[in-house]
Design a protein around this ligand. Sequence first.
Ligand SMILES: *Cc1c(COP(=O)(O)O)cnc(C)c1O
Length: 408
Amino acid sequence: PDAPLRRAMPSAPLRRPTAGRRLTVDAAVAALRPQEPLHCLRPQAVTDAARAFVAAFPGDVLYAVKCNAEPTMLRAIAAGGVAHFDCASEGEVRLVRSLFPEAAIHFMHPVKSRAAIRTAWSQHGVRDFVLDTDGELTKVLEETSGGAGELGLVVRLALPKGPAAYDLSGKFGAAPEEAAALLRAARPHAARLGLSFHVGSQCMDPAAWTRALALAAQVIAAAGVAVEIVDVGGGFPVAYPGSTPPALALFMDAIRDGAALLPPGVRLWAEPGRALVAGGASVVVQVQARRGDALYVNDGVYGALSDAGAPGFRFPHRLLRPDEAASAVLRDFTLFGPTCDSADVMRGPWSLPVDVREGDWIEIGQLGAYGTALRTAFNGFDRALVTEVTDSPMLATAGYEAGETRAA
Ligand SMILES: *Cc1c(COP(=O)(O)O)cnc(C)c1O
């Protein structure tokens, strides 16, 4: 029989010591004195950001689930008015469907297993699939029995390498001529036909969307077939220390400028991930040892802090010492994660009180995106706590605060 493979070191689920209560981060740390990383979720901030994006974007907003798939976060996003979800795996599809029976789920990974396509189509009501090759078009058509007149097909267009922090052009997407040919090939099978792109994650330049939309307009013209949807992807940036993006409204202006080049009547989609959830979580780590300006803490690049490792992202942070004041004088520290891998280092620099010591806690913010979602069980350091808090994000991103709405 199909006995599940038993993993030697399974990932422990996050434990919820304060279930049902929402405290401040300070109160939670004082009460729990956590010896494991404490993930502090801010569902209200996520709802506010989702609501602001939905109000600003002139089309449908699909949340990119991979960015953070915690049910608390997904519910907060839905509460902000997002009713569409961009999923990339059967697991994400199943999770979203279990939480939201009515949501529109879009399968936006250009390379899917046949089983995933079939299950999404026949069991979870997924109707929209992305593709960037003829082979994937064939797979989708075969596994959906030709689509029964309900199939949405979206062709992923590759973009030239852009200015984003994470370039996504190398892996997926059809070159412009191929994309035009795929639009023509898909048209007869599609109840809805779309073209999508992704400018790359944490893209600070609004004009990247205008350029991409201009290219999309050329591809649609070259294809010579009707296209109902253009999906401008994700990539909307958030604030990190030393890096302040232009306000959300400027990205929307750039999208409107580019969309003006599209044939009339095309519906826009967007797939934001980071922008909706980054501010929605912080992680409180504990200092386990200090050696000079090196602090050994209980979470690292194999936990929620992978972007603080090799990618070199900087994060807002502050010391927490509930019983006593710390020095007002700051200096720079390097953080080391708990695993035995020498790559488990986060150079920061992390500016903290000069007298930081074993037992102190450090709250690290902007980890709602690609932070809490990337934890592993490597080296057995997988135990963590989670709590919901009432705090605001540790850094605000212009345009995403509560009450920030702008008519589409
Ligand atoms: C990761 C991803 C997103 C979300 O990107 P962000 O930079 O987090 O906004 C959206 N669409 C696709 C296809 C992705 O792979």
